[in-house]
Design a protein around this ligand. Structure first.
Ligand SMILES: O=P(O)(O)OC[C@H]1O[C@H](OP(=O)(O)OP(=O)(O)O)[C@H](O)[C@@H]1O
Ligand SMILES: Nc1nc2[nH]cnc2c(=O)[nH]1
Length: 183
């Protein structure tokens, strides 16, 4: 929990996010048009807003499942230890799977989860991240689809939290600590 005062400056509007999701959905529909039923896996908790908007844009038969992993807790720095708190309900062996992530930063979370899911033997396994912060990458992993590349700022909103707050903002904003401001 942060006791420092902060404000949130808007970085990506709700309208821009919606427009980008339409574009990404068209790409995904093309890539998976031969799939019988795509398993769309939301990586909780941060992806719950993104996956809800994404699946409603996808004109494909989909099944929705969730996996929960976390490495940040309430901190602004990754612990680099990814813990799986909740596994998939369904089986993905031999299935086409798209993992939906809100943000890739150091890459530890998505890299770990993709390896974990790959071991379950899916036919095809792809990933999408709404936000990509490449400047902070510590592991060599790039999602198959990316919404927006962003600079090295701590962001919140649209499902993404700071100490479990701000997930309900409809836009992506960056955290600015006001005790850093010149007097
Ligand atoms: O690329 P990384 O440095 O691993 O960071 C990305 C992860 O960090 C956040 O998750 P967090 O651990 O805060 O859990 P949450 O999704 O439950 O908020 C975010 O939702 C990503 O899953
Ligand atoms: N809230 C939040 N969580 C993250 N996890 C990895 N990067 C970020 C970020 O910029 N903001």
């Amino acid at each position: 929990m942060s006791h420092r005062p902060y404000v949130i400056d808007q970085m990506i509007s709700a309208k821009s996010i919606a427009a980008r999701i339409e574009e990404l959905s068209t790409e995904i529909e093309k890539d998976f048009r031969d799939t019988d039923k795509l398993v769309v896996v939301g990586l909780l908790r941060g992806s719950f807003v993104f996956i809800a908007d994404l699946v409603r844009e996808l004109d494909l038969p989909v099944e929705v499942d969730f996996i929960e992993a976390s490495s940040y807790g309430d901190a602004m720095e990754s612990s680099r230890e990814v813990r799986i708190f909740k596994d998939l309900r369904g089986r993905i062996e031999g299935r086409d799977v798209l993992v939906v992530e809100d943000i890739i930063d150091t890459g530890h979370t998505l890299h770990h989860v993709m390896a974990y899911l790959e071991a379950k033997g899916p036919a095809r396994l792809k990933s999408i991240a709404l936000l990509d912060k490449p400047a902070r990458r510590e592991v060599d992993y790039k999602p198959d689809y990316i919404g927006f590349e962003i600079p090295d700022e701590f962001v919140v909103g649209y499902g993404i939290d700071f100490a479990q707050r701000n997930r309900n903002l409809p836009y992506i904003g960056k955290v600015r600590f006001t005790d850093d401001d010149p007097a």
